[in-house]
Design a protein around this ligand. Structure first.
Ligand code: SAH
Ligand code: SF4
Length: 380
């Protein structure tokens, strides 16, 4: 039996230095490899043409680049949204979504296959937890996004990895932009795909360090955003993190009765404890926090609840991001109508709580928030 090849994306730069030492190679070779992986984005060791041929061959005997099996991509929003489906070596599936805007590109990545948190409105939650991703599985999704963005640039657009265009705008006036106006760089990574990042904190943070590394992918802290269901220990840990990435907290309801009915996690860390921890986080870091609030018609979208929310958030350095619920087949829930969303927003704004409505991408291909479940793409 042959032993599986080790993934070069699983090595930190110091670990690559150690690996190269085993091949009696100087440390600068490790930096060359790191650049090839994360700047030149090669997908084959033989493409590392600045390495001696003999070293490439030796490395390739026991190593490969990447662990995810790419299944396919579907596109929407006039080719400005691309959702990829990947299979892990252990068979589970995960999804990532690349969103292009004229002035920037953002990738939404998964941190777990499935999720244990069981939020009643979320497609991923319905799967339960299948497994934690390794940090290099998280990084590889960003590498995919970078490669895809590069392949879409007009000069190299010969193999745009798209197979279907299921464009369908929603009523937020999102016209999806135009494919001629492509950003050059991937500047933003949001950890808002499948899974709860703080339930896989250490592997997730290792991925953050790789993405942030100026020798490699080099995404600034301001370009990194993590979303949590409200795991208090994770928020406390992030307050001590060495660089200021953005924090988004899924609140979705201003009181315990309602929040517990939507999110089982509220029985462990309730609204008061979550908000007290958030206030402490803000005091410690002096960073503004975002609260995500999914709007479900007739459930958590009344003006009274908006007023209660405004009360709870008074004086906080924060921002509320309203997300009209994205339908998940088989869930007996409704997406708030536009006038209810606007009315909710107005109550918050009148109370001087900053509030915006998220412009959704990828609804028509089930790539919007909370619609990722791995199995939504079926074979041709
Ligand atoms: N587990 C993390 C991050 C992934 S979910 C979290 O819960 O924060 C990313 C965001 O999508 C969260 O705010 C989540 O509540 C929201 N979401 C889940 N299902 C949704 C749906 N069907 N429509 C809109 N947003 C949804
Ligand atoms: Fe998990 Fe987030 Fe979905 Fe809740 S909303 S089930 S925490 S992925």
């Amino acid at each position: 039996m042959t032993t599986p090849r080790r993934d070069l994306l699983a090595y930190t730069l110091p670990e690559l230095v150690d690996l190269l030492a085993m091949y009696t190679q100087p440390a600068f070779r490790a930096k060359q490899i790191y650049r090839q992986l994360y700047v030149n984005l090669v997908d084959d060791i033989q493409q590392m043409t600045d390495l001696p041929l003999a070293l490439r061959s030796e490395l390739a005997q026991h190593h490969a680049i990447g662990s995810l099996t790419y299944v396919r991509t579907v596109s929407a929003d006039n080719q400005m949204t691309h959702k990829a489906l990947f299979q892990l070596p252990t068979g589970e599936q995960i999804e990532s979504v690349l969103m292009l805007y004229p002035d920037r590109a953002t990738v939404c990545v998964s941190t777990q296959a499935g999720c244990a948190m069981g939020c009643t409105f979320c497609a991923t939650g319905r799967l339960g937890l299948l497994r934690n991703l390794e940090s290099h599985h998280i990084v590889e999704q960003v590498v995919w996004a970078r490669r895809t963005l590069r392949s879409l640039q007009p000069s190299t657009a010969h193999t745009a990895p798209t197979q279907a265009d299921a464009s369908g705008d929603d009523w937020w006036g999102n016209d999806g932009g135009h494919p001629d106006a492509l950003p050059q760089h991937l500047g933003n990574v949001v950890f808002m795909g499948m899974g709860e990042p703080f339930a896989n904190y250490d592997r997730w943070w290792k991925a953050v360090e790789c993405l942030h590394d100026p020798n490699g992918i080099n995404i600034g802290a301001r370009g990194l955003t993590v979303s949590t269901v409200g795991l208090v220990p994770g928020i406390k840990k992030l307050a001590d993190a060495p660089y200021p990435i953005n924090l988004a907290i899924s609140l979705h309801a201003p009181n315990d009765a309602l929040r517990s009915s939507m999110m089982p996690v509220n029985d462990r860390w309730n609204v008061d404890e979550l908000l007290a921890t958030t206030r402490a986080y803000i005091t410690k870091t002096n960073r503004r926090v975002s609260f995500e609030y999914v709007l479900l018609q007739g459930q958590n979208d009344t003006p009274e609840l908006a007023a209660e929310l405004a009360d709870k958030l008074q004086g906080m350095l924060c921002h509320v991001n309203l997300i009209p619920w994205n339908p998940v087949p088989g869930m007996p829930l409704g997406r708030s109508e536009r006038q209810r969303v606007v009315a909710f927003q107005r109550v918050l704004q009148d109370a001087h709580v900053a509030c915006t409505v998220r412009v959704e991408r990828g609804m028509s291909i089930a790539a919007a928030c909370g619609q990722l479940a791995g199995s939504v793409i079926t074979g041709p």
